[in-house]
Design a protein around this ligand. Structure first.
Ligand SMILES: Nc1ncnc2c1ncn2[C@@H]1O[C@H](COP(=O)(O)OP(=O)(O)O)[C@@H](O)[C@H]1O
Ligand SMILES: [Mg+2]
Length: 285
């Protein structure tokens, strides 16, 4: 039976969807069977990061309400990694959470891990994830607002929930954000899932729906391997280790900044298709 991880945050834009995809890719590449579920109803984005937006004909609400089979709705991302989209039309106010829970119960035996990309905040949408999850991962960016809101989310977690905090989008060269020490101030190291650097090149890959094709040598993937080991195997890394990753992330950003003046990085992503009289994505999967 799968272990279910809900990915939460107080503030939006801190990287829940990015984390769901990256952690999922990391676990799948270590040989585990993983299902990614987008539970951000009405504001779905995980399909875009995975480059699957043109393939989502059915979604989790269709599956819950019997309009399609699991085979129609669950898409293959790559070996060991599957994806189930959120509804773009329905919102959590109109969805019966028990129906969504049944979907999870039906697929649970097919996977080692199910990762749920939740909506931001403490609204309706996170309750189903919290009833089903074994572990919660609360994502926060290096700002006081994001930290305070993460702490609010933690305060509404069920008493027995195992949870971790993930510091994301860290750029040690950006003086406008919290420093590493400030961000760590209120975080108990037992609760720390990890510190993930802000890596521009991987961010760009995510933006273009090409996260799966991002170079596995990029530091982000090492960071997510450490995060996976912490959450799934109970490993603990010293803070110095995370700092080393942040430093490596900043170095990668420098190289990216230099290269991004070249055509290779700024190639246009859309082509005009005269037959269809519409733009089409170039180089999409
Ligand atoms: N560690 C990171 N490095 C680079 N880009 C990141 C990182 N984390 C998130 N991003 C980018 O930041 C933006 C917001 O992330 P997203 O996952 O959509 O946030 P959320 O789901 O919490 O609203 C996206 O464009 C995403 O690709
Ligand atoms: Mg999101």
């Amino acid at each position: 039976m799968a272990r279910i991880i809900s990915i939460l945050s107080g503030k939006g834009g801190v990287g829940k969807t990015f984390t769901t995809a990256s952690l999922g890719i990391t676990l799948a590449r270590s040989g585990l069977k993983v299902l990614l579920i987008d539970a951000d109803m009405g504001l779905r984005n995980l399909d875009l990061i995975l480059g699957l937006e043109n393939d989502c004909f059915y979604h989790i609400v269709d599956l819950a309400e019997g309009r399609c089979s699991a085979k129609d709705a669950i898409l293959r991302v790559e070996e060991n990694l599957d994806f189930l989209a959120a509804s773009q039309k329905d919102t959590w106010n109109h969805i019966f959470p028990a129906a969504i829970e049944t979907v999870l119960e039906d697929v649970e035996d097919d996977y080692d891990f199910i990762l749920i990309d939740c909506p931001a905040g403490i609204g309706e949408g996170i309750h189903f994830a919290l009833t089903m999850a074994d572990i919660s991962l609360v994502v926060e960016a290096p700002s006081w607002a994001s930290k305070r809101n993460a702490e609010k989310v933690i305060s509404v977690l069920p008493k027995k929930m195992i949870y971790y905090r993930l510091l994301n989008q860290f750029d040690e060269t950006d003086l406008s954000t919290l420093s590493f020490d400030e961000a760590m101030e209120s975080i108990d190291s037992d609760m720390l899932a990890g510190v993930v650097p802000y890596v521009k090149q991987t961010g760009k890959a995510a933006l273009q729906g090409e996260l799966v094709q991002d170079d596995p040598k990029h530091v982000i993937w090492e960071a997510f391997r450490f995060v996976a080991n912490t959450i799934c195997k109970g490993k603990e890394y010293p803070l110095a280790k995370w700092k080393t990753l942040l430093h490596a992330g900043a170095e990668e950003n420098k190289i990216f900044e230099k290269k991004s003046s070249y055509k290779e990085y700024n190639r246009p992503r859309l082509d005009w298709d005269p037959r269809r009289m519409a733009y089409k994505w170039r180089g999409r999967r």
